[in-house]
Design a protein around this ligand. Structure first.
Ligand code: AMP
Ligand code: ZN
Length: 496
């Protein structure tokens, strides 16, 4: 649906330069994206899922703009310690011990749960390489960097951040305060130095360990993303994404490794010159993008707080997962978004309105060839919004503008809405009104029972038997069912 009148150049905010930049693909017609994925030691919380909704919206936008997309979201199943700064316990082995399972089983279980959440959020399939499958490649990378950039301590091989130019530029300087967050380890040359390889302590055995030139052990967490990014997408690729916390430690460390790689390879393979970050391609990717956090004031997002906010909890409370996706899209990805149940309910209501507006086109074939002047403005507004660093809040209003257009051919309208929904991923033509009813798992009454009671009430009212009708309404209320007479969206009931 992009033509001369709707087309706007795609511009994205690059965290490395802190400015909007036009998207210029490394390989004409293609877009290659790497998004840092989950550490599969536990369920993902809905904050984590915001990062994947953002990455998916970016991928869909690139496809909408005509690029052939290759998108990698890695699975961290080894190497991540309880602190991002590479100190503390191994997250996988800690959870394995807690649950009395193997670290491999823990990884498989939580990866499957993560992929289920992705599907429920209508996130398009992507490549999900596992870190454990790339350990030999990580060892090769380590060997290539060891002499010029690393030093060995009893605990492992460490990267000396003073060996690359501009370390920490992405984080905008490693401040004293920032360094203070990184635990000191005896022998480290700089507080920000990080492990490339962690040796298994003498006399111990780890469930996940490999032989290496630096002894038996496991790779440092930051290494996997450099290696998988380079192997699967080639340096430099187009876009690297992650949550805003990664701008401070994980991505600066990945960038340092990528610079070391560029130096070792003299740029011969990939158009890089050795050296600093004035040439952004030395970082491994042209554009680094970061989503801001989803926050919840009472601390329910923290995985250490026992029961935390997972997508499943939203579903258990009766919310369709795509209401959560819409809630994410209502904020710009670079803004903090505060989670509340009220906000989620408002998003659900908005989604219901959109789905209701599409039901009239349910049986119509889309007509993507014909155009109608009434859609020129919504289509242009939509394109301009998405091209402006993925301004989804405005794009949603363009979608609603298009839904409100009347007296036009339904096939043309359907094609317009589908083209917008392909970017926003709300599955508007797949959802039904019934899918969006609030129905908590804890409800004391089944839907069939509710429908039956409402049918009896309707009959009573037709007979002007208002006493029976009121009694049925009270019975339903006692079981948590609000009867919604005269609801503007046409809902007959909801479970509270
Ligand atoms: P992790 O499994 O901890 O590596 O996190 C997976 C992804 O979620 C990373 O891109 C994080 O930056 C991101 N992330 C973590 N917490 C939040 C949050 N509250 N809101 C948005 N993104 C988050
Ligand atoms: Zn990563």
């Amino acid at each position: 649906m992009i033509n001369d009148t709707t087309y706007h150049e795609l511009r994205l905010f690059n965290s490395l330069t802190r400015q909007l930049e036009p998207f210029q693909p490394v390989h004409p017609g293609e877009a290659r994206v790497y998004s840092c994925g989950p550490t599969v030691y536990n369920y993902q919380h809905i904050g984590n899922m915001r990062a994947y909704v953002f990455a998916d919206t970016l991928g869909r936008t690139l496809e909408y703009k005509g690029y052939k997309l290759t998108h990698v979201v890695n699975i961290t199943d080894v190497g991540h310690l309880t602190s991002d700064a590479d100190e503390g316990e191994d997250k996988m082995e800690k959870m394995a011990a807690l649950q009395g399972k193997s670290a491999w089983d823990i990884a498989a279980f939580y990866q499957a749960d993560f992929e289920n959440d992705l599907a429920r959020l209508n996130i398009q399939p992507k490549q999900h390489p596992k870190a454990t499958d790339y350990v030999p490649a990580m060892i090769e990378w380590g060997k290539g960097m060891a002499d010029a950039h690393c030093y060995e301590l009893d605990s492992g091989l460490y990267f000396d951040i003073s060996t690359v130019e501009d370390y920490g530029r992405l984080a905008r300087a490693v401040t004293e305060e920032g360094e203070g967050r990184i635990e000191k380890l005896e022998g480290k040359r700089n507080a920000g130095d990080f492990a490339i390889w962690r040796k298994t302590p003498a006399g111990e055995t780890r469930q996940m360990e490999w032989d290496s030139p630096w002894g038996k052990g496991a790779p440092g967490w930051h290494l996997e993303c450099s290696v998988m990014g380079e192997e699967l997408l080639g340096f430099p690729f187009d876009i690297h994404t992650g949550g805003i916390d990664h701008r401070e430690i994980h991505h600066p460390n990945e960038i340092a490794q990528n610079q070391a790689f560029a130096q070792a390879n003299h740029g011969a393979c990939c158009g890089m010159d050795g050296g600093g970050l004035t040439n952004a391609t030395n970082s491994g990717a042209n554009i680094w993008m970061h989503n801001n956090f989803l926050v919840e004031r009472s601390g329910k997002m923290s995985k250490s707080s026992g029961e935390f906010l997972r997508l499943q909890l939203l579903v258990d409370k009766g919310f369709h997962p795509l209401a959560y996706r819409l809630m994410c899209l209502q904020a710009h990805y670079r803004s903090e978004l505060e989670f509340s149940w009220e906000g989620l309910e408002a998003a659900l209501t908005r989604l219901k309105r959109m789905v209701m507006a599409t039901t009239r086109m349910a049986d119509v074939d889309p007509n993507p060839v014909a155009e109608h002047p009434k859609f020129a403005s919504p289509l242009s507004k939509f394109d301009e919004a998405m091209a402006d660093d993925l301004n989804t809040p405005i794009a949603l209003t363009a979608l609603e503008d298009a839904l409100a257009v009347k007296k036009v051919d339904a096939g043309i309208k359907r094609a317009v809405i589908e083209s917008m929904d392909a970017v926003l991923g709300l599955n508007l033509f797949g959802l039904t009104r019934e899918d969006l009813r609030i129905r908590p798992v804890s409800a004391e009454i089944s839907e069939a029972e509710i429908e039956d009671a409402l049918a009896r009430r309707k009959a009573a009212r037709a007979d002007k038997d208002f006493a029976t009708s009121d009694a049925i309404r009270d019975e339903l209320a006692a079981k948590g069912v609000d009867v919604m007479d005269g609801d503007p969206l046409g809902w007959e009931w909801k479970l509270s």
